[in-house]
Structures are given as C-alpha cells and as structure tokens.
Design a protein around this ligand. Structure first.
Ligand code: ACO
Length: 428
C-alpha cells in the first residue's frame, strides 16, 4: 500500500502522508492541507470521516461488532473484571494489580464526601427538574468547592483529581435520584464495594435495612462496564474539546453530561422506555409503530435501534440482553412493556428495512429495561449511563492533556451573505 494520498486541485498535486493505526486502520494526515493548498478546507458534517485525535484507549470495529478497552475485549471484561478494574485500566492503560486496585478503591472511598453546601444547590432545583440537568449542574458546581485546577504535569495531582471525581459522582447520582423521589439524602457506607454502595445510597429507605441482591449488583456492574467508554462519540468528543481549552476536569465532565443527555445519544435509553410506554398506551400494536418507523414522511424512529458506528449487532447489546433476562427472572417481573420490546425486536430483526440498513438493537434498547426492573425512574436512566461513562471521559481527558493536544477549533465553509452596507432601523 502507498504511503501517501494525492489530492489534485486546479492541476496542482499535493501529497499527504497515510498513517496506520495498530489495528491497521488507515488515515490521511491532512494537518498541512490548508497551508499547502492556500486555505482549502474539508467539509464533514457530523465528523463521519474525520479522525479528531490518535487514541490508545478504545478500539471498536462497527462492521465486525468489536469493542475493546485497552486491547481487552468487552466480552472478557464484562465476564471477568469489575467496574473499578475496568475504570483503572481505561484511565491508566493497564489492568491494576491487586495492590493497585485496593489502593484505588481506598482512595476513592476517602474522597467520597460532598460539601454540605452542595445540598443547598440541589434543594434549590424543583423536584421535577430533569436529573441530567441537575447532575450536570452539580458536577459543574463541584468546581466551586474544588477550585484549584489540576496540575496535569503532576501524576499525583492527576490521580487525586481522578479518584475525587470517581468518589463524588456516585453520591451526586444517588442524591439526584433521591431528591427526585423525595427521599432523604444519604451518605454511603465505606465498608461496601463500589456498586453495592451505590445501590444502597440510591435505594435505602429511611425506615428499612437495605438488603443487597447479588443479581442486581452484577447487572449494574456489567451495565457500567459496558458503558465505560466508546471512543470519540458526541459526549467524549465534547469532554476532549472542552478540556482542550484547559477548562477544569469537573467543567469538562459537566459538558460531557450535557452532551450525553440528548435522545440521539445517551438519552436514548429514556426515549426507548417512553416509546414503549406510548406504544402500550396506544393499544400495544407494534406493527403500527414499525410502519411509522419506516415511513419517511413520519419523524418517528424506533428508539434503541441503529448506531452511528455499529452496522452489525452491538456487542454490548448481546451481553446486556442476558443480564436483562436474569434481572427480570430474579425479580419475577412480568411487564407488558417487555412483551412490546421483544415484539419490536423480533419484527425489526426480520424486516428488510432494518436488515438492509443494518439497524440492530443497541445497548440502550436493553439497559432501560433493566433499570426499570430495578426500580430506577425513567428520567434517571441517562444519569446511570453518565456514571458508567465517567471512566471513559476521564481517560480521554487525561490522554488529551498528556498528549498536549492543541485547542479544538474546527473550520467551516461560510455560505452566508457577503459584505453589505448597514441599514438604519427606519429603513429596514
Ligand atoms: N428507526 C428507523 N429508521 C432509522 C433508525 C431508527 N431508529 N435509525 C436509522 N434509521 C434509518 C434512517 O432514516 C436512514 O434511512 P435512509 O437511508 O432511508 O435515509 C438510515 O437508517 C441511516 O440513518 P442515519 O440517521 O443516517 O444513521 P446515523 O448513523 O446518522 O444515526 C442514530 C445513528 C442517530 C443512532 C440513529 O440510528 C437513531 O436515531 N437511532 C435511534 C436513537 C438511538 O437509539 N440512539 C442511541 C444510539 S446509542 C448511544 O448513543 C449510546
């Protein structure tokens, strides 16, 4: 294979180096494009063909349905590792030794406290506020309580900022849910594992002892692992681009949470359940909704189907479908919503519209079903996704800062008015 790509503009030939990744992906390095072509730029709405960075964190092959964190397959990680091990590997590049993992967990626990004044901010939101807006605001507010910016040249300062965030975000997640549900705000129990503690913080009733269910612990652990990173998606690119201005870590993560909120991204898990509820209310006719999804004049889309990158079965969806069956079986849940979900899944998998466009159920089609089974309110689903994605955002932010990437600043092709004289108010 050639080492360069040639571009010809107005009879002038320009050579650009081809660069190869470790998985043999090839990219055209166009860093010199504007300078050698006198200002010619590229147009790529949605960045479908644009590599914004080199990254050593996550590899995914959407055609083959492959997802690996730091070289480890998602299937193996979901089966053999727990969320904190995966978080450590994503952030620092290697799976932790037993000692490193214990220290990591101890350090996270030591930072698992929140300034009492943050409660006042939380309580000032209406209880009806969307939990993603609340979480994004509280994460941003953490900056005010932790004002010194991270010295990225110091591995120790970097490590401290990371464990702080991993310690505090579960509390904010639990508080956001408890406030929404009108429950008193609880602190965790540092004798518990990360997931057990999170479940207890979320679900403990003021007048009852919280009893752990290992099936729920396992399902939540897996869900968080499966969501932990997904290379340069909308929210991760947001974290990298906000961080590239050297805005603080908490501010960058808060921006990522806002990006994740949208229904075309993390908000899809909420949208899936809302869609299933709406279909149920409307009599449960899945065929009607399949027809709507295929009708180009109808804006309705089958939420939880399709993916920008996976044009094959989402490997995460396969793993989580098993966990969903376990949770629902264990909890003895017989939910008409699930029958609708299964009906849609079967119809879509056998419908040429979906097959031809390679639209398969994505991870969010099943994650919402598990969260619903666990008793998590629908509008909290994306908050759970945010907590899962936290290690990925941190890892990508850290990589971007350590690689000393320049500030993110895309170009555009201006198509507006050319210069024109100003018109006075009376003449408009
Ligand atoms: N239902 C019906 N048709 C769909 C769907 C869907 N869910 N998704 C894509 N299509 C159709 C499009 O109409 C288009 O058809 P056409 O070629 O006839 O015009 C074709 O499939 C390609 O769709 P695009 O929108 O170009 O695909 P893109 O890769 O840009 O979008 C996306 C991916 C946004 C995820 C899309 O599939 C979608 O909207 N899905 C529903 C929302 C969802 O589940 N999002 C979660 C994604 S996973 C995550 O963020 C964690």
């Amino acid at each position: 294979m050639a080492n360069t790509a040639t571009l010809e503009i107005d009879g002038q030939r320009h050579e650009f180096p081809l660069v190869k990744g470790t998985e043999n992906e090839v990219a055209i390095d166009i860093k010199s494009l504007r300078s050698v072509t006198n200002g010619v730029t590229t147009i790529d709405p949605g960045y479908k063909n644009t590599g914004a960075c080199e990254s050593a964190i996550t590899f995914l092959d959407g055609e083959k349905g492959i997802l690996r964190y730091r070289g480890y397959s998602i299937e193996e990680l979901a089966e053999k590792a727990d969320f904190l091990e995966v978080a450590y590997a994503l952030i620092f590049g290697e799976l932790p030794t037993k000692e490193e993992l214990d220290k990591f967990h101890t350090d996270i626990k030591s930072k698992s406290v929140i300034d009492e004044d943050l409660k006042k901010i939380l309580e000032s939101f209406p209880r009806s506020a969307h939990p993603m807006g609340v979480l994004s605001s509280l994460t941003s507010a953490l900056t005010a309580f932790n004002p010194s910016s991270v010295d990225v040249s110091s591995p120790e300062a970097m490590y401290n900022a990371i464990v702080k965030l991993l310690g505090k975000l579960p509390i904010l997640v639990a508080w956001t849910m408890r406030r929404h549900m009108g429950l008193p705000l609880e602190y965790g129990d540092s004798s518990l594992g990360y997931i057990e503690n999170l479940l207890k913080m979320m679900f403990q009733k003021p007048n009852e002892e919280y009893v752990q269910n290992p099936i729920l612990v396992n399902a939540l652990d897996k869900l968080l692992i499966l969501h932990a990173d997904h290379e340069q998606n909308c929210s991760t690119s947001t974290v990298r681009i906000v961080g590239s201005s050297h805005a603080g870590l908490f501010a960058s993560i808060s921006a990522g949470i806002s990006a994740l909120w949208g229904p075309l991204h993390g908000g899809a898990n909420q949208a899936v359940l809302e869609m299933l509820e709406a279909i149920k209310e409307d009599g449960g006719d899945t065929k009607k909704y399949m027809a709507k999804a295929k009708d180009k004049a109808d804006p309705f889309r089958l939420m939880g189907f399709g993916h920008r990158v996976y044009k094959n079965f989402d490997p995460r969806a396969k793993i989580i479908k098993v966990a969903a069956d376990e949770v629902l079986g264990d909890l003895g849940i017989d939910d008409p919503i699930l029958d609708i979900a299964k009906g849609l899944e079967q119809e879509a998998l056998n419908d040429s519209y979906f097959v031809d466009r390679k639209l398969y159920p994505n991870v969010d089609f099943y994650s919402g079903i598990i969260y619903r089974g666990m008793g998590i309110p629908t509008n909290m689903f994306t908050v759970m996704f945010a907590l899962g994605r936290l290690p990925g955002w941190i890892a990508q932010w850290r990589e971007m800062r350590l690689r000393k990437e320049p500030i993110g600043r895309p170009r555009q092709l201006y198509v507006g008015e050319t210069q024109r004289p100003f018109k006075d108010l009376v003449n408009r």
